[in-house]
Design a binder for this molecule. Structure first.
Ligand SMILES: NC(=O)c1ccc[n+]([C@@H]2O[C@H](COP(=O)([O-])OP(=O)(O)OC[C@H]3O[C@@H](n4cnc5c(N)ncnc54)[C@H](O)[C@@H]3O)[C@@H](O)[C@H]2O)c1
Length: 246
């Protein structure tokens, strides 16, 4: 498979390693708007773009891929407000877009466990949910996309919750989502259900960036020949059933 990297920072370089290990070819490293300006794939070139850039550039990069008719896999976080617009264009124009705020297989299993636990806690009023995440000091967005996905998973599956908010303040229907930035931590997430007598805590720890990169390359392999908007639940064949209608 031929891969163009959008963003050649920490994750772009990790994806390059994972892609080479799986026998793929990196045909472009696009690390600035100028690089994108010079990127003109020949008609009929079979290329998948993998984007790990910045919240500002991801939106432009994905739209550029749609213009060029190239399938695109994005793991950039911090641009949730524009995802819906991109997804609408993808479906309207029959494009191929794979998005995951976290490509680690373990985290996606963690998402499922989070949803199951949230359903079990539906009638247990004594327990309240919160999310906490810890990342390296270079991370631009807070809370992390993964923490937001965890909070959304609870809102989706438990009728006691209808919104999340950054910080630690609790309130009726509200999930506090707190963030910590320290050292070079690749990503640690906690979901806590705290009661007066005890507490349940789910924790996921990424040891390094390898799992994110491998997941993104697997997504690029999987999206070839498919059109539509996809996520890790599609790739891994996981359920994502909601108890609420939005
Ligand atoms: N989904 C996941 O599994 C996952 C895992 C880790 C990180 N991330 C996210 O991926 C993103 C990148 O993380 P990182 O640690 O590699 O950041 P980074 O700062 O190391 O790299 C970002 C790169 O994007 C480049 N860039 C800036 N503008 C660009 C443009 N217009 N076009 C192309 N490239 C451009 C920068 O030069 C930089 O090299 C962040 O949003 C981060 O939160 C997601």
């Amino acid at each position: 498979m031929n891969i163009a990297l959008s963003g050649y920072g920490r994750m772009g370089k990790e994806v390059e390693k994972a892609a080479s290990a799986r026998g793929h070819f990196i045909i472009a490293r696009l690390d600035s708007p100028d690089d994108w300006g010079r990127f003109i794939p020949a008609a009929g070139d079979s290329i998948v773009v993998i984007d790990f850039s910045t919240p500002e550039s991801a939106y432009t990069a994905v739209n550029r891929c749609f213009d060029l008719g190239l399938p695109v896999v994005s793991g950039t976080t911090g641009w949730n407000d524009r995802l819906e617009q991109v997804s609408a264009r993808c479906l309207r124009e029959n494009r191929s877009f794979f998005y995951a705020p976290n490509f680690s297989i373990g985290v996606n299993i963690f998402f499922e466990i989070n949803r199951t636990l949230s359903r079990l806690m539906e009638n247990l009023q004594n327990y309240s949910a919160s999310v906490h995440e810890i990342h390296h000091i270079h991370k631009l967005d807070a809370p992390s996309g993964t923490a937001i996905a965890l909070a959304s998973g609870i809102i989706d599956t438990n009728t006691r919750y209808n919104r999340w908010q950054p910080g630690t303040e609790k309130g009726k229907g509200l999930i506090p989502v707190s963030s910590e930035r320290t050292g070079e931590i690749p990503g640690t997430h906690f979901v806590t259900w705290s009661g007066s007598a005890d507490m349940i805590e789910l924790k996921h720890t990424a040891h390094n960036r390898q799992g994110f990169a491998e997941g993104a390359v697997m997504a690029a392999e999987w999206i070839q020949g498919r059109t539509g908007m996809f996520g890790m639940a599609d790739l891994l064949g996981l359920g994502q059933t909601s108890t609420k209608k939005h």
